[in-house]
Design a binder for this molecule. Structure first.
Ligand SMILES: C[S@@+](CC[C@H](N)C(=O)[O-])C[C@H]1O[C@@H](n2cnc3c(N)ncnc32)[C@H](O)[C@@H]1O
Length: 383
């Protein structure tokens, strides 16, 4: 009898539970209607599997793993700060990959003809110092301390981002335009070089330009920023040619792109979100318009560096070829691609470069050197 009672009680509990379960499943959680079926990071990865699987072939699986793993940082030393951040970081095992390469060259064996040019480049840029840990570790102390003037000692960034600035080969007195400059890592790198004639940093996004201003204020003395030599603007870069043409010695065109590493790891502000399909499809068109504007802004004989943080052939080589074609067809401007091999060869111990690119150079992420992707191509304006 007691057993029968217990069984009945148990059955009632199960029935109650079933009711509960049914009621629960009837109530749709609020997020069920808004939550995307596939997160943007997954869509990005799928897109890259198709596009880069065929573009990079056997290289893609290792690049894919590296993209999904923690990236490695570099610390750009701020020469304007009184802090000896360099010594501090060196004590922790960091090495300046730029001066190390220059020193190796100076102490090295025979110097070839192509190296002659790059050796002089290295001396020009010995002011740029970027420290990385030599081992397979991504750790870098995240906080840089302000000095007595409130200026920070170093800026954390992808160390490969320094390469387009080195390729730009800025010299004393040069006038430089950074067309898409926010949040400002490359502008800050350029400012570490020589005494520039004039630097114009521009970004079409007002909020990002404010961020760029804050970054520069944290690293560059006030006097230098309020000097007429640095100008911060917020124009649509594609229209730059309407304002100013044929004037800059150097132009950096670091365009918006699919930001491959961000796209496979962060859902926030991801260009692979369903509502941003249009933005993504228009990217090559926007990039071409920006590069064309950069070519128009350079003086004849001036040099332009185009860069992205994407592996996409369409956004890289495709854009360079199309912009050079339009410069000639629409404006009668001849350009020439400058070989960056002599520069990248010097850094082959620090970065992995994609083999056999016909136009430009590209750092590809690798587990043992998890920097990039960074694509760069240098053009010289001939007419
Ligand atoms: C890759 S980010 C630049 C990163 C920057 N060079 C750095 O090193 O910190 C691309 C930038 O282009 C800007 N941008 C997008 N469209 C633009 C346009 N039409 N004109 C100028 N800037 C634009 C974006 O706001 C974004 O800040």
């Amino acid at each position: 009898m007691a057993l029968l009672m217990e069984t009945r009680l148990l059955l009632r509990k199960v029935k109650d539970l079933r009711c509960l379960t049914v009621r629960w499943s009837r109530v749709k959680p609020k997020w069920a209607t808004t939550r995307p079926k596939y997160p943007a990071t997954r869509l990005a990865l799928h897109h890259f599997d198709v596009a880069y699987g065929s573009q990079l072939g056997p290289l893609w699986p290792s690049v894919r793993v590296a993209l999904l793993c923690e990236k490695k940082y570099g610390a750009l030393i701020n020469n304007f700060s009184h802090h000896d951040a360099m010594a501090e970081l060196q004590l922790q095992g960091c090495k300046d990959f730029i001066s190390d390469t220059a020193a190796a060259e100076r102490g090295g064996e025979e110097v070839s003809q192509s190296d002659l040019q790059t050796t002089s480049d290295a001396s020009v840029h010995s002011n740029i110092k970027c420290l990385v840990f030599p081992e397979e570790t991504s750790y870098l102390p995240l906080l840089s301390r302000p000095d007595s003037d409130g200026l920070l000692g170093y800026y954390l960034m992808d160390a490969a981002s320094v390469l387009p600035c080195l390729a730009l080969d800025v010299r004393e007195g040069h006038t430089v335009l950074d067309l898409c400059a926010a949040p400002g890592g490359k502008a800050l790198t350029i400012m570490q070089t020589y005494d520039l004639g004039f630097l114009c940093v521009n970004d079409s996004s007002v909020s990002r330009t404010m961020r760029l201003r804050r970054v520069l204020q944290s690293y560059v003395p006030k006097a230098q920023l309020s000097d007429a030599k640095v100008h911060i603007s917020s124009f649509d870069g594609t229209m730059w040619g309407d304002v100013e043409r044929d004037s800059f010695d150097r132009v950096l065109v670091d365009v918006p792109c699919t930001t491959d590493r961000h796209s496979v790891t962060e859902d926030d502000n991801n260009i692979f979100r369903k509502n941003r399909v249009g933005d993504r499809r228009r990217l090559p068109q926007l990039q071409t318009a920006l590069l064309l504007a950069g070519i128009l802004a350079a003086r004849p004989g001036g040099e332009i560096v185009y860069s992205t943080c994407s592996l996409s052939q369409q956004q890289n080589q495709g854009v360079v070829e199309q912009a050079a074609h339009l410069a000639l067809e629409q404006h009668g401007i001849h350009t020439q691609i400058v070989d960056l091999k002599p520069l990248t060869q010097k850094f082959s111990n620090t970065f992995h470069f994609a083999p056999g690119l016909s136009v430009g150079e590209m750092v590809v992420p690798h587990l043992a050197a998890n920097f990039g992707p960074i694509y760069m191509c240098k053009l010289r304006r001939l007419t």
